[in-house]
Write a protein that binds this ligand. Sequence first.
Ligand code: 3PG
Length: 310
Amino acid sequence: MKRVLIATEKPFAPAAVKQIAGIFEEAGYEVRLLEKYAAKADLLDAVKDVQAMIVRSDIVDREVLEAATELKVVVRAGSGFDNLDLVACTEKGVVAMNTPGQNSNAVAELAIGMMIFMARGNFKGGSGSELKGKTVGVYGCGNIGRRVARIAQGLGMKVVALDPCVTKVSMEPYEVKVVQSVNDLFSQSDYLSLHIPSNEKTKKSVNFELMNKMPKGATIINTARKEVIDEDGLRKMLEERPDFKYISDIAPSCHDELAEKFEFRYYSTPKKQGAETSEANVNAGVAAAEQIVAFFENGDQTYRVNKSLS
Ligand code: 3PG
């Protein structure tokens, strides 16, 4: 009998766990649940004799993979897979997958909600401003960025977009203006919504020079990853540009300092909550479970994100 571990420090909604477990039970697999674990030792122990694993932002590094001696497949129930050591997965013969698109709407809705929150003075009263007529820059045109573009258009915003990896063609059905450079994107955006992955090319790429190109009163919304921001540059920007605002779903390392110094212009959620809806949990969790069953039963590797050894 195959054994599958659901290892989620930040648990799925109960409705999602029930559906995930149902899929594995129907396939005749045993399901194990490790939720809200505090120590890595608990994860190292839990992975020992499982053949498959579902995680969220849980770190699956070389040590975890070495402890998981029977592991064949790990699925990140979500979009970004920077929490998986892909090189080690390949070396250990483990297939790594994600579930693209499954939690995109939840993240996109949060990004738009964050724009409104900042435009309306953190909901603390006083006169704010409206999104209608403003320009939002969508940086990263994957599932989430495209969804943000659609919702923003519905609010009467103008949309400009750029993706460092994807061609212009992919945004054509969305009737948005695709700009040619990151400087153009930032300099035209009243709101700049980040949807780029964290990788060697993007880490710290949103720096002071870039942010400082933004128009007066601009806001950056980060529902992507904290690593893409140059935190020294962010601090400098908040210090030197009293009109600039930053809101994030992933607190930077200097969160306490920024929160104290820049009330109303800086905000971060206490814990990443972009994908924290029962709908997103069900979509991503069920997709992960179905991908695992398809992998074992049919050899399906459609959403594989690591290289194979051969
Ligand atoms: C993702 O990459 O899918 C999102 O950042 C959601 O992450 P989470 O599953 O940890 O909430």
